[in-house]
Structure formats: C-alpha cells, structure tokens
Design a protein around this ligand. Structure first.
Ligand SMILES: [Zn+2]
Length: 98
C-alpha cells in the first residue's frame, strides 16, 4: 500500500516565521524614526504576507512482504525552488516468525 500527500513544509514554515518576526522587529524599531510612508510599507508587508502553500510532498509505502517482514518506506521533500528540505525513513522488521 502506498500513497502521496502534500503538507506544509516544516523548513518553509520556519523560514516564513523568521521573516515575519524580522519584519515585526523592524517595524517596532523604526516607529517614529523613519518617514511614515516607509514605515507603512513595512507594515503592509506584514499585513499582506502571502500564506504558504503545501509544498512538502510525502511518498510512502508500507505493508508486509511475502517473507513475513513488515516494511515502511517514507520520503518527504519540498517542491519549492527555494527549499532543499528532503528526508527519508526506511524500516523493515520481522513482526512474527512464520
Ligand atoms: Zn520547504
């Protein structure tokens, strides 16, 4: 049995949160210190920040082989061109001797 899913990428989510935090710090640090038009531009970047798409592709397969071994093969990688998140997990184990 195998399947493919799409989810939010943990690396993209972390990077996105860091960007928003940096903009928020910039907004707080520049209040009253820069021209209002520039300050409003920073505020607009936060307010109109695009939401992330589900770019993490997960492919997995699991089951029992004819020899009685349970297996799971999992891979997840981000399809965003700016992200290199890529993980995999493979495991096989005899759950019951035949
Ligand atoms: Zn990503």
């Amino acid at each position: 049995m195998g399947a493919t899913n799409y989810r939010l990428c943990p690396a993209c989510v972390k990077r996105d949160q860091e960007k928003l935090e940096a903009l928020t710090r910039q907004l707080e640090a520049t209040y009253g210190k820069i021209p209002l038009g520039e300050w409003n531009e920073i505020q607009a970047k936060i307010k109109h920040h695009p939401s992330l798409g589900e770019t993490l592709r997960e492919d997995y397969e699991l089951g029992t082989q004819v020899i009685g071994t349970f297996f799971v093969n999992y891979r997840a990688f981000c399809e965003s061109p700016e992200c290199d998140y890529d993980v995999s997990y493979d495991h096989a184990e005899v759950l019951r001797q035949i």
